[in-house]
Design a protein around this ligand. Structure first.
Ligand SMILES: CC(C)(COP(=O)(O)OP(=O)(O)OC[C@H]1O[C@@H](n2cnc3c(N)ncnc32)[C@H](O)[C@@H]1OP(=O)(O)O)[C@@H](O)C(=O)NCCC(=O)NCCS
Length: 190
């Protein structure tokens, strides 16, 4: 599906465009994935594990365009891709298709400017329009900025997976499991 587009003014005065990811974003997406993986230990991939090629990414983005059950939104400062959020169904079976999972990253030079919040709000709005009733995500314990962001948007912690992320010998982070209800969502389980 193609989510709505909109622009907003970030805290540094730049105009940021948020729109659905398109196949022509593939090269920028691969660069973005490598950059964000290298900038944060709070993502599951390390930079050397970002091995997707531009044609593979392009095919992935093409497939997304015809999919009503998952989507990606990209944030741009001019031509520069500075943030992304991905939301997808957990599964298509009748008993679980009312909920989705999501993940987000903004490149470091753009942290703290309101882009993460804008991406999250746009994604939650789109998810509700698609009929999802709840959304879940995981956040590592020392990722205080992300945790604050999610709590301010109404996500609640429902569990904690110990030692979910291994950063080195005897160096672990737990995963806080969070969920948010989308009151206007609604999916039949018929
Ligand atoms: C987490 C992340 C997506 C937040 O995006 P962002 O664009 O920096 O966030 P925003 O500027 O929209 O800030 C949203 C909220 O986060 C918190 N926050 C963000 N930066 C902060 C900072 N430097 N200090 C304290 N709180 C901060 C605040 O609660 C802020 O609320 P506000 O809108 O009232 O100021 C971004 O930091 C990021 O990509 N980090 C690396 C990857 C990652 O951790 N992804 C999430 C994995 S669960």
């Amino acid at each position: 599906m193609t989510p709505d587009s909109h622009e907003f003014i970030a805290k540094n005065g730049r105009i940021i465009m948020i729109r659905g990811a398109r196949p022509e974003d593939a090269r920028a997406m691969v660069d973005y994935l490598k950059t964000t993986a290298g900038e944060s230990e709070n993502l599951t991939k390390s930079p050397e594990e970002v091995v997707i090629t531009v044609p593979e990414e392009e095919a992935f983005l093409k497939a997304l365009m015809n999919d009503e059950r998952r989507f990606m939104l990209n944030a741009f400062d001019g031509d520069k891709l500075v943030g992304n959020v991905y939301l997808a169904e957990i599964g298509s079976r009748k008993r679980i298709r009312h909920w989705a999972s999501m993940g987000i990253a903004v490149i470091q030079d753009y942290w703290g400017l309101g882009i993460g919040r804008a991406l999250m709000k746009a994604a939650l709005h789109t998810a509700e329009k698609l009929g999802f009733e709840q959304v879940e995500l995981g956040v590592y314990t020392n990722n205080e900025n992300a945790l604050k962001l999610y709590q301010s948007l109404g996500f609640e912690i429902y569990g904690r997976l110990p030692r979910a992320c291994k950063l080195g010998k005897d160096k672990y982070q737990d995963d806080l499991l969070m969920v948010k209800t989308l009151p206007q969502g609604g999916t039949s389980n018929e």
